[in-house]
Design a protein around this ligand. Sequence first.
Ligand SMILES: [Zn+2]
Ligand SMILES: [Zn+2]
Length: 392
Amino acid sequence: MAENKRDYYEVLGVEKTATKQEIAAAYRKLAMKYHPDRNPGNEEAVEKFKEASEAFDVLNNDEKRATYDRYGHAGVNGMPGGGPRFNDINDIFEAFGGMGGGFADIFGDIFGGGRRGSRSGRPPRGEDIRCVVDLDLREVAKGVKKKVKIRRKEVCTTCNGTGAKPGTAPETCTYCGGHGVIMQGAGFIRMQTTCPSCHGSGKVIRQPCTSCRGSGLYDGVQEIDVEIPVGIDERNQLRLVGEGSRSPKGGEPGDCYLNVRFREHPVFQVDGKDLICKMPVTFTQAALGATLDVPLLDGHQDFKLPAGTQNGDIFRIKGKGLPQLNRPEKCGDIVIIVTIEVPRTLTDEQEKLLRKYAETENVNVSPQRKGFFKRVAEYLKSLGEETDSEKK
Ligand SMILES: [Zn+2]
Ligand SMILES: [Zn+2]
């Protein structure tokens, strides 16, 4: 990859002896010309822009420039924390105020004042994070206070978030003069964009803190208390303002977006706000009707199964399902789906009664099993074999 790269001085069109001001001026010119916002859909321009940004990134940094002068591309690519900062197009957009913003955003800054974040030199906001918490259905129905473990970036305690080695301090960015933003443009239209050298912080770190490698942050785990509202469901997302990653430069923290996951319930399946319960009943209960003991999320309740219930029939116990979010008085139902179970074995008494019942139905039923097995046993005996039932 490195061998295909053009020389950084050539890219910017400056002499090897160029001053920082000359390098900055050359870059500014190229950035204006090839800025993706000015060249929509132009791949070549994007490449040029990327190339120029990378060249500037290296040549604007004394240390990187010295290494580059000595070892070429290979030298700066291998440098810890160094090398080209703009690895892909997103990084470039980021440096110029965020993806998808484009011209409208840039004009917004000129005419409408800055937004939050690194624009206008304000410290960047911490990143948003996500987390998931498992809930029992009863917790969903009642609401619950949960301790939730979250992973987020915390401010490095070694450097207090400056990212600079203790004893050193970040230096003012020479490219933007510490403003974090640069003005670009010709004529009366001037575009304000985030400084690509310091990414808007206005500072440049020469000697990075070894604990956080200059980021000012470390990966931490926190346990926070979260009030889970009644009736939340798996499609909802709770936004916990300020519980996201910290900002190293004293900016606002990000937010934490929390999703819930329902634990499997031994009896109920969740269907929206309804709770489905597959209820086994005997064929006599189905035929004759019965009072069933139906489980609820919180206890149980009698339910009158009507005579003549069919397999798959559905009954609802109104208002005993899950509550709606923000309207806890409105609840779904418990939905009973009847499954009729046919006994696998019968006692002698039961079989006699059923056969008697079958006679009234005037249908063809299988021969009496007793008689059948007895005949099998006799048959085997005549062959000189012993049957299992006789051994016992
Ligand atoms: Zn640090
Ligand atoms: Zn700067």
